[in-house]
Design a protein around this ligand. Sequence first.
Ligand SMILES: Cc1cc2nc3c(=O)[nH]c(=O)nc-3n(C[C@H](O)[C@H](O)[C@H](O)COP(=O)(O)OP(=O)(O)OC[C@H]3O[C@@H](n4cnc5c(N)ncnc54)[C@H](O)[C@@H]3O)c2cc1C
Length: 286
Amino acid sequence: MSNRGDRTRQGADGPVSVPETLGEALQILRKHPSLQIWSGGTWWSQPANRDETGEILSLHRVRELRRVVRSDIQVEVGSTVPMERLYTVGRRFLPQLVVDTLHQIGPPPLRNLASIGGAICIPGTILPITACLQMLDARVELRRQGNSRWVTLNQFRDPSGGVRIAPGEILTRVRIPLHPWTHWSLHNYGTPFPVGTESLAVICAASIDKSEISEFRFVLVMNGTSQIRLREAEMDLVGRSIPLTERESRSVIGVLESHPYFGSALNDIGRWRASNGLREFLQKLR
Ligand SMILES: Cc1cc2nc3c(=O)[nH]c(=O)nc-3n(C[C@H](O)[C@H](O)[C@H](O)COP(=O)(O)OP(=O)(O)OC[C@H]3O[C@@H](n4cnc5c(N)ncnc54)[C@H](O)[C@@H]3O)c2cc1C
């Protein structure tokens, strides 16, 4: 490792930089933009995901990245906040759908380490919590030395699962809107880890105002690698009176079932679970 004049340690996996502040972390990254970033390190801990030769920047000591700040309309969560802490603190005020999604992630020891920023930044992988936050219009802050920008999670994650982050940049905060969703549902089948094994998450949310749908969201996450959003159908449902007619429900389910991924990424049971999850949710809107 080059002499960085920063805090480095010789760990089992090679040299590790351990900055104490965000400023220090950004400075190190400016000089060494290709460092592997470790947050909770659970993803990296799997040998298949690790580049043994790469040097590491660990964020676990950076206190600025461990904050949770709430206002009336949103919560800003530091990227290294572990899922378990976000669940414990956030269950008083986060949308219940987010709380439920956090609660269903792996076993508690994993949730104590795995961070919200780490989950969002895994390339080529779509975890249910990422899809859920994306569906609920969360935004992320990306910083590099001398520059910071906020983008939507939709902009940050490209449809094929890649992450749009520039060399030398880190994800520092996640902003979750505190929208009052009146209806939601979450069905997880199998585990999205390891990625590529058979798994399915069916996630829905809606807001009803004066017997009309004012917001509707739906996402299907398949095998941790692909997702289906029904943006046009979502918009089409806004303004409809509840309960929906059988014909209206069938039309939305038809849009899902005609999606190219629906046929290619799911087996018979998966297809049934996805259609049924959506159907049950639509029937629940009363
Ligand atoms: C045994 C096991 C079981 C699991 N079970 C589940 C499950 O049931 N449900 C589920 O949803 N998930 C599951 N997972 C996946 C788990 O949720 C992820 O491994 C975790 O969220 C990643 O977070 P992390 O903080 O550990 O990330 P890390 O391992 O530290 O990093 C993950 C990736 O993000 C990048 N990164 C991290 N932080 C930043 C940042 N601030 N800026 C830029 N890039 C960054 C890293 O470079 C790396 O590419 C499981 C994982 C394991 C190991």
